[in-house]
Structure formats: C-alpha cells, structure tokens
Design a protein around this ligand. Sequence first.
Ligand code: PMP
Length: 398
Amino acid sequence: MFSAEDIREDFPVLEHVVYLDNAATALSPRSVVEVQADAEFHYRANVGRGVHRLGRMATHKFEEARDVLLKFFGGESGILAFTRNTTEGMNILARGISWNPKDRVIIPLQEHHSNILPWFSLEAEGKIAGVDVIGGTDGHIRVEDIEDAITDDTRMVAVGHASNVFGTIAPVKEIAKLCRRNDILFTIDGAQSAPHLPVNLKDIGCDYFCFSGHKMMGPMGVGGLWVKDGSPMPNPAYAGGGMVGKVSGHSFTTAGGAAQFEAGTPDVIGAVGLAEAARYLTRLGMEDVAAHSCALAHRMIDGLSEIDGVSVTTPADDELVGAVSFTVDGVHPHEVAYFLDEAAAIMVRSGEHCCQPLMQKIAPAGGGTVRASVYCYNTEDDVDLLVATVEEIANMVM
Ligand code: PMP
C-alpha cells in the first residue's frame, strides 16, 4: 500500500493548503507536468498529418497515450477517443446516435447535469420521445428501479458510476446485464469512478464510458470517450479534419474507430499528460487508491456525524469514492466553505454540485451542500483538521 505522506511532495501546493476538493478537480503530480513540458519542448507537432520526424514522434506518443488509457480501463477491447472532458463525451454520444423519435432514455435523479442535459436537449428537440428519471435521494441507484422503468421504447440507460454528491457507487455490472437482456444501450458517466476505482470496461459490459482527465490527476481540458463498438456513428457531433473517410461532392463518409470523434487538432500534449496520470495511478495501484479514498471517507463521515448541528448527506456504505456531503444548521454552505479556507486553508466545494434536480429535493431551501472530497495524497490529519474546523463553525451558531 502506498503512503499518502510519501507522495505528497509530488504535489507542491499541498505545502500551503489542505486540498479537499478533489471531486471537482484533482491535483497533478510533478511527473504529469514534466512529461507535458518535455512534449512541448521536444516533439510539439500535429498528429496523423505530416510525415516529418516531429509529426511522427508526436503521433507515436499520442497513440501510445491512447493505448495506456485503454489498458488502464481494462484492456484492448473497444476504442478510446480523446475528448475535452466527460461533458463533451456525453454530448458527442447524444448527438452521434441515430435516434428514433419514439426512443426513451432512463437516467437516475441524482445525476450530474452532464448526464442529464444532453438527453433533455434531445427531448426538447423532439429527437427522442422522452427522458425517464428514476430513483430517489438516498444516493443509491437500484437495478429494480431501472427495470421497472424499462418499456419497449427504452433505447438507452445512462448512469453515473459514482455520485459526485454522495460518493456512492452504482451497481454498473448488474445494470449492464439488465440492459443487455433488454437490448438497451448502456452509457456510464465515469467522471468520479475513473480517479478512484479499478475500472474494467469489458468486465462491466457497458457500451459507452466517459471520463475527465483533470479528476484523475491529468491535465485540464482532456478526457476520453470509450466506445465498445467503433464502427462509424451516423451523426458526427463535429465534422472536419481528421474524422473523415472520403469527401465526394458535398457529402462525406466518417472514419471508423476513435478518429470519428476527434475532429480537428487534438490536445496531444494533454493526452501525453493524461497517460502519465494513468501510469502514476497504476504505480500506486487502483485497488489501494480505492481503499485509501474509502477509508478517509468513512473517517470523515464518522467525525462529522458526531458534531451537533451537522447533517451528513453521504450514507455510510461499505464502498465510497471519497466525496462526502454535509450541511451545518444555520450556516450557508458557501459560508462554511469560506470559513474553512479562511480559518484553516481547507479547500472544499459548496453549492449544488451541478445536480439541481437532486438538490431541489434534498436542499429545497437552496444553497446545496458542502462537499469535502479526498484523493490519494490526503491524510487522516487532513480529515481530522476538517472535522475539528467544522465543529468550530457549528459551535459558533449554537
Ligand atoms: N459527471 C460527474 C459525476 C461529475 O462529477 C462531473 C464533474 N463535476 C462531470 C460529470 C463533468 O465533468 P467535466 O466538467 O470534466 O466535464
């Protein structure tokens, strides 16, 4: 098992702050920054186009990065396209599929806007008949709820692998089985699982998986879309250089594989940095990363639950990805976050966490929740300082 203390020097800002906003964006270790600087200085060139040596080198490194990420997500099956982030991946999918106007999509209520609004947009444009929103507000996605909502017209189920509000984990393997039995497509929003859990996409059995590099120690502005079947999708979200098969007259065919999703010059340097992030995490061991995040989440839940006036929103599940939401009676979540920074240089997120449909139910007065989220460089001391400082805040209003 790695030691959080030992890796902290890879993240220089930790000398100055207690960083507990990892579910929003994680920190990049030195090696991720260094490989990007090396790429900038030594082989910055466009990929898949020119034949000169820098172009060949950049193309080699870009394709190598793709292989590293495919391996990180469980092996050689499927194709992996670089995107800007999870949100872009979800939109590329929603736009790319050839919908029948009677199709329906099922999503849980607790989803992030990135896995709600692309489907609502299709509904508003009449491209699909509707979006069926299932599930409650306890952080748990139940296979039975999805099964009950399935009709002959259900074409897609789209689920967040891990919740950015609760830190809970969805039973994606069982959902995949259910979808396969009913011949329904299954999309996973992997924004919060990719950083914390060992993810084997072939084993899970989904059709699509989107993730963001910046949440798994990679650079900001690069992420990925994994697709089980790489044949060309009917409606490319973006058309232009790089994604084309053949242009004839005013029409064109789309390339198969990852290229169809990578119109225009990709973020080559970002992809190289993201691959180094995946290597870094692999060196730590994803099983151990998962165990570390989960143990710290439980320490947070235990400590915060003891404080009068604090309500912990995250359920104490056996497995959690390290994000814990809570509120302090009589104090606005933004005030809590502000005080944590001012008093102890603790960075947390406050607000609706891009989950308005859920927040309208669990925090109807507005303001959302406070969310503290850990990663592999956080320690028990970080958690204990958070708990002690939240207690100070709660005592001030008692
Ligand atoms: N889904 C979930 C569950 C998330 O937590 C986030 C980021 N908060 C996103 C999607 C969107 O990620 P990005 O902003 O990187 O597209």
